[in-house]
Design a protein around this ligand. Structure first.
Ligand code: MCF
Ligand code: FE
Length: 401
């Protein structure tokens, strides 16, 4: 049993309580929070903070070798460069590459991440990860001639990842997007997710090109598809796509171009959104309307996406980017919300029993020190986001990592 004491205990509980000079008692689970708890406490020092460890819901670690290989500034230009460099990037990301990616997340206080795996190459490097993983096996493929082969390959990868499931390694499935997966494949994969009760992730309405293609079969995607396949037509409308996810735990990634009706549907499905502000900026797709997302009471997380569309996997940098980017929202309140987005909201998306400091939750905690004292509690979240890049300690299931 460990008892830590800090100047600020940021609980992320339902009331969003921040306790001053408080203690947290835990073994692998959180036992109690408060004052004068039994046992000898370790005081973390002046301006210290204890809060739930952070969760990065959406990454693509297979792309971690990328620094300068991909072209930014426009979605289709980026996609073309991904198609050109993908194999090479995947092959060149080996042990050290995955280790460094995990290390960067770990230093920034991440205890768990959602990994989109499109090749399965990453499995042997990730199965012994010190961080918790939800490993989303991704399906891509619209060409009916290869649908069966893609499905078989998906099943093999799913099966392999299923074998190594344990307390820290869970699985999920990912349908890449409405424009890149055949509806027959979507149905098959969703059926599996429902049978096995697996979380799902899908990229949705990321770019203007996706919007015009799915709505009208026009725009930049038309040129893109004509280049790669003859006579391509969109195979599904955005609403038909969303309707497939009834009774699942799905997170839609990006949603920058989702309209009112689609957000309404996402809300009715009790689905979530993962917001990747740096990725959106680099691919120049525009900005998610966070206020609208909040008005529809949609649970949202903030995530880094992969090094395929980011310069860092540090989750503090990502929420700082979000804080600076959403100039229409009040920074004090946005900061509170952003801390939720990488803790309690994120835990819901990944089916994890963490993300808040409450009795019975997994003892996944971080500690760090603020540069100075904060007089008004209300300003603690914004200063955490502005001043913290790395944490001092990360505990997962009560163990220091
Ligand atoms: O989220 C970003 C941008 N949107 C779509 N896909 C990806 C992102 N980062 C990596 N990807 C991957 C995706 O999983 O790129 C490939 C897929 O494997 C694009 S499809 C050739
Ligand atoms: Fe992504």
């Amino acid at each position: 049993m460990i008892k830590l004491k800090a100047d600020y205990v940021v609980t992320m509980n339902e009331k969003n309580e921040i306790l001053l000079n408080a203690e947290v008692l835990f073994s692998d689970k959180i036992i109690d929070i408060g004052y004068n708890l039994p046992g000898k406490s370790i005081y973390l020092g002046k301006n210290s903070v204890i809060m739930p460890a952070l969760i990065n819901t959406h990454t693509h670690l297979e792309f971690s070798q990328n620094k300068t290989s991909l072209n930014y500034g426009d979605f289709i230009t980026w996609l073309d460069s991904v198609i050109l460099s993908r194999e090479e990037l995947f092959i060149s990301c080996k042990g050290e590459c995955y280790k460094n990616a995990i290390e960067e997340m770990k230093k920034s206080g991440v205890c768990a991440f959602g990994e989109i795996s499109s090749s399965g190459n990453d499995l042997k490097y990730l199965k012994h990860s010190p961080l918790k993983i939800v490993y989303f096996n991704e399906i891509i493929g619209t060409n009916p001639a290869i649908v069966d082969a893609m499905y078989q390959d998906f099943l093999n990868r799913l099966n392999e990842s299923e074998q190594i499931q344990n307390e820290k390694f869970k699985i999920g499935v990912s349908i890449h997007s409405p424009y890149s997966v055949h509806p027959i494949l979507m149905d098959k994969i969703i059926t599996i997710a429902k049978e096995k009760n697996l979380p799902i992730q899908a990229h949705f309405m990321e770019s203007k090109a996706e919007r015009s293609w799915l709505d009208k079969g026009e725009g930049e995607f038309k040129i893109f598809f004509e280049k790669h396949f003859k006579n391509a037509k969109p195979l599904i409308t955005p609403m038909e796509f969303l309707e497939k996810f009834e009774n699942t735990n799905t997170t839609f990634i990006h949603c920058v171009y989702a309209n009112e009706k689609e957000l309404q549907k996402i809300s009715e499905l009790k689905a979530s959104i993962a917001h990747c502000p740096v990725s959106n900026r680099l691919l120049n797709v525009g900005k998610l309307d966070l206020e609208r997302v909040k008005n529809f009471s949609i649970n949202y997380s903030v995530a880094t996406d992969g090094m395929s569309s980011n310069y860092s996997l540090n989750i503090f940098k990502e929420i700082r980017a979000a804080l600076l980017m959403h100039t229409d929202l009040h920074p004090k309140y946005l900061a509170k919300d952003l801390l939720k987005s990488v803790t309690i909201n994120a835990a819901k998306q990944l089916n994890l029993n963490n993300g808040s400091i409450e009795k019975g939750k997994d003892a996944d905690l971080i500690t760090f020190k603020l540069p100075d004292k904060i007089k008004e509690k209300d300003f603690i979240p914004i200063h955490i986001i502005l001043h913290i890049n790395e944490v001092d300690n990360l505990y997962i299931n009560g163990e220091k990592i």
